[in-house]
Ligand binder design. Structure first.
Ligand SMILES: *[C@@H]1O[C@H](CO)[C@@H](O)[C@H](O)[C@H]1NC(C)=O
Ligand SMILES: [Zn+2]
Length: 408
């Protein structure tokens, strides 16, 4: 895979190579309308909705400022914050955190370049995606901030690590098309070819972030080795969010914890911990208080079902979890919590045995019980003890989840 950044706006939104698809499948008319639909989405998405260079100068709503005083709280309501900032939560939150950690001063970041960078990042998220939009990125950045403040990390991370962690969180889903990797592969999307069917989305998020860093010249005053190192480490962090590689990261984490050999004085170990922190931040929705968690669950399922509807409409095979007739929000969530979220957060709590970790595990248990109560027949909850032999519901959902269909 090349090391070139992707140019902003150089490809049509969801640029499926329809000529290839056409010659393979002979579905010309159908695919042409599909393409038109996607191209028009791109045009809609491009409509500017904020005034880039002034938004940070304005004395924006006092309530939003007030909320930022509790930006390190696990109950932080990012949806409310997004409304109070008029849809600019990612810009405000990230700017505020970089400032609060003293990173703007320390790295002598140019304010105009930084503002422009953050606004471009926010704009490159698709606000018509129900889930993978700038609010999700802001939420992950806020969670990352909470983890960076945990004693083990706070005592060992360098300013450079913190800068990377926050930037990776803010950009980790940049330009997400709202469909998953299997969809891109089966529609012969140019990104699937570019990244050879491997971490297609994550590579794209990373290369898009690098493109924006270079375009805005945010780090152009640093030695070339440093800005290349930032780009490379940003990639390594973002690529760790590929949920299909979760087992790989989780077993490495588990081994380190079993052997008790994580030495946070070593840069490579700190980097690994940052990868795990970003992975946790990315899928922490089920560990938030129910009122917040429930909204995320609805949004992610809406995005899955929307993909399923496109697949149905174009007679493509419907991806796991994406068929609204075969799944419910509750069933999708219970599977996700059981096979993906619980194992990760159990290890995280072993690593960082703090009140925050206990709070997160507490919400996770309560939220799972709430979904189970809403879905009595599908409640795979082990408490019920009614284990029918040969019940087939668990296997497929575990397989489906590991195929990378979940949020990342
Ligand atoms: C990606 O997967 C598709 C579908 O399985 C296959 O046709 C294509 O050759 C693969 N591309 C690469 C580079 O492996
Ligand atoms: Zn994500």
């Amino acid at each position: 895979v090349g090391f070139e950044p992707e140019r902003r706006g150089s490809h049509p939104y969801l640029g499926v190579d329809f000529r290839t698809l056409h010659s393979l499948c002979n579905r010309e008319a159908l695919l042409f309308s599909f393409q038109r639909h996607l191209l028009s989405s791109r045009l809609l998405r491009g409509a500017p909705h904020l005034n880039p260079l002034h938004i940070l100068d304005e004395d924006y709503c006092g309530q939003a400022k007030c909320m930022l005083e509790k930006v390190g709280s696990w109950n932080f309501d990012i949806f409310l914050f997004d409304r109070l900032t008029n849809g600019n939560s990612l810009v405000f939150l990230t700017f505020n955190l970089l400032n609060q950690y003293g990173l703007i001063e320390l790295f002598q970041l140019d304010m105009v370049k930084l503002r422009r960078f953050l606004v471009l990042v926010q704009e490159d998220y698709h606000n018509q995606n129900p889930y993978h939009n700038a609010v999700h990125a802001a939420d992950v950045t806020q969670a990352m901030h909470c983890y960076l403040r945990e004693p083990k990390l706070a005592q060992s991370l360098t300013s450079f690590d913190i800068l990377l962690g926050l930037l990776a969180a803010a950009t980790h889903d940049l330009d997400h098309p709202g469909v998953n990797q299997p969809f891109l592969i089966k529609t012969n999307h140019y990104l699937a070819a570019l990244y050879r069917n491997t971490s297609v989305l994550e590579n794209h998020h990373w290369r898009s972030a690098v493109g924006l860093l270079r375009e805005t010249e945010l780090f152009s005053h640093l030695p070339v080795e440093d800005s290349l190192s930032i780009e490379r480490q940003l990639g390594s962090l973002i690529l760790a969010t590929d949920i299909s590689r979760q087992n790989e990261y989780l077993s490495r984490f588990r081994t380190h914890l079993d052997e008790n050999d994580l030495c946070l004085g070593h840069a490579s170990h700190r980097h690994f911990v940052l990868q795990m922190a970003l992975k946790c931040a990315d899928i922490c929705n089920p560990c938030r208080p129910w009122e917040l968690s429930k909204q995320w669950s609805e949004k992610v399922t809406e995005e899955f079902f929307h993909q399923g509807d496109i697949e149905k409409k174009h007679k493509l095979e419907i991806s796991p979890l994406c068929d609204s007739e075969a799944n419910t929000i509750a069933s999708v969530q219970i599977g996700f919590m059981t096979y993906v979220v619980e194992p990760l957060f159990a290890e995280w709590a072993r690593f960082s045995d703090t009140r925050l970790s206990q709070t997160m595990l507490g919400h996770l248990g309560l939220n799972k019980a709430s979904w189970s109560a809403l879905e009595p027949e599908a409640s795979g909850s082990s408490e019920e003890g009614e284990s029918e032999p040969g019940r087939a519901t668990e296997e497929p959902s575990s397989r489906a989840l590991s195929q990378g269909s979940q949020e990342s």
